[in-house]
Design a binder for this molecule. Sequence first.
Ligand SMILES: [Zn+2]
Length: 446
Amino acid sequence: MRRLFRCGYSVLTALGLVLWGVVALANPIVEGDWVRYETERFFVYLWKETPLERLGLGSPDPLRAKLEEIALSLENDLKGIEAASQLPYDAALHGKIAIFVYASLEEYQRRTGCYLCSGHVTAVPNTPEIQALFATGRLNRYAVYVHLDNTPRGLGGLSIGLPQEVVPHELVHVLDLTLIGGSKPGTLREGLAVYATFKADATPDELQFGLTNQHLRLFAETDTPDLLSYLTGCSSRRFLYSFGGSFIDFFARKAGIGAFLDFYRRLQGERLTLPNCSFGFSLEQIDRLFRQTLQQSLDQVRQEYHAYLRTIELTEDGQFSYDFVMDQIFNRAIYLEPLLIEGAELVRLTRAVWAGGRFDKAKASYVREYILNARNYAVSAERVANAVKNFARVRSFVSNYMDDPATRSQVEQRLRELEELAKTERFEEFNDGFVALVFQYVTWRR
Ligand SMILES: [Zn+2]
């Protein structure tokens, strides 16, 4: 993407020039590595080295304009997801929610080490300033971590095959962890965030859930015949978010979101005797809780859910979108970007594939074809060095999606060989080897 202009100004410069000396309750203040801005229910922390061109250009006070834009969007998102999830949030009781905003996706992933993420929720940082604020009770213990490429809102979830706005999704996690807490299956924890974010969005429900349900129908028909096994918390992570959101939508249509929350609150983690899963949620517990909250057995719910998915019409776009996810085209494009001649533009196009909850087949086809064509690759010392930097992302994919330990160590071995090729400047061999590895292993197909 073209830069608007290059300059060394940062948030600090903007603060120094424009804001210092102004006294008002809501003024931004510098605190450690961050600029802090307090709103009705949030503490917005913006990375203090944020370049000026990422702020509210066109305003006489670009920093203030950006902070206000983020704050307004957060308050709106919070209202939307409170209504959709039926989890009202009282900041006087639970503290304001901190949101840490890095300057870019790149910066966010490098500093948090979260290479498959576009945003996440975890405890507030352990710095003296933040711990002091937390001790006053004015701060929630869970904070949202995002970046300016997706704030306000922004599209995330592409690496998991789900077109979803990032910020509202993460806010649902804060409400869930604060107001419900406990040990819950990742499927439902993510599912609740997916569900509430879709419901709060202006795009019609049938569009939001339609593509997701088509993916799940195809997945159940070709790969995982019992999607409800995902509720045990012992499943693969493929389509985990999509299934969670789709299943909660199905549950809520039957009995209301309140009944789902009743089921969800009662669900408690337990010791299991499964070979690869010693802790989770037994099918017996799930069956008992379905009988209590839906007046149906697990078998009945399973049959009804699968029958419901079979009523979802399969479209050409749905099939294409499913293949796009199963072949992990988004992640392949990200990993191969440094070696691709038009890498940056290609990644921009890939991010637009599900913009607005709709699947853009033309863009998806273009990306798929582009990375397959050897003529679109070029090697140089710099390109190879950048591709090696991407290995952290590949390793993250391996640990998240490769269930078989033998395959995981094969990939690790190949990555080490590639690192050796890069070191000894055998760039052509590196290029061929890395492209082959990405096509062989970066996939959701078995
Ligand atoms: Zn999530």
